[in-house]
Design a protein around this ligand. Sequence first.
Ligand code: GTP
Ligand code: MG
Length: 302
Amino acid sequence: MSTRAGFVALIGEPNAGKSTLLNRMVGAKVSIVTHKVQTTRARIRGVAMEGDSQIVFVDTPGLFQPRRRLDRAMVAAAWGGAADADVTVLMVEAHRGVSEGVERIIEGLADLGQGRKVALAINKIDRVPSEALLGLSKELNDSYPFAETFMISAERGHGVDALRGWLAEVLPEGPWLYPEDQIADLPMRMIAAEMTREKLTLRLHQELPYQLTVETEGWEERKDGSARIDQLIYVVRDGHKGIVLGHKGETIKAVSKAAREELEEFLGRRVHLFLQVKVRPNWLDEAERYSQMGLEFKDGNV
Ligand SMILES: Nc1nc2c(ncn2[C@@H]2O[C@H](COP(=O)(O)OP(=O)(O)OP(=O)(O)O)[C@@H](O)[C@H]2O)c(=O)[nH]1
Ligand SMILES: [Mg+2]
């Protein structure tokens, strides 16, 4: 039997549906999803099996014009994902069409060099009439030599099997890269922190989700089979701490409950989750915070 295996990077503008697609391909929630832009911060790997092929999907942060240090680290991680991958899938939102952001990404793809296998996945086709899709596909294919085009709905699952089947065929021959039953390549401590960050992002508004980060500080296995997990939420201002805690601690309580329930489902056992909020005005400029997120910290002024 000849097996195939390789890395498939999912790239696109923020909110294109990359994490939604990764989770669907893997069949589990490995990467967090919100309706807000810039949810994913680092490269997250999820493993899917298709016949004799092992497809390692690499979810990446959305590509946009970076302004701040965290932006730059996220965008660098995303392009790094594409550069290292065997195949790249560019995801474009059907209802947004060819935005300036998409044009810039296509320029970036061209800069990565010829001979790369790049597929186009027009996502969220559930949001537009099907007549609109052909024109969009033509316009995009005129601007870049995509190896193949797929019309998909990552959320509902339309077209996803065709994409997976094609990927399984074009990956290079070679031994599998992960054990057959492994679905993610991310430390559990980080998955747990991401779950809490998702619940915070869903509940908080404007810039606040961007300006906080979550780290798992402690993980203790208990004799009764449950786990005690301690996490720190870093915010930049006193006022933010109050918002995260909420009136009489209501917000943090709701976040903690939602995150704990998801963790329990993921781990299949009981979890005691303890959250603490810390004001840390400079965390966005601290190298240690970036390495905790799996991002590269670049020296120099922002
Ligand atoms: N209608 C519709 N919504 C979708 C589809 N796929 C994803 N979404 C929604 O789009 C939003 C963004 O999805 P994500 O998967 O977080 O997008 P992303 O590309 O990972 O975003 P970043 O991590 O911020 O770059 C979420 O609200 C998803 O539920 C789809 O096929 N149809
Ligand atoms: Mg994402």
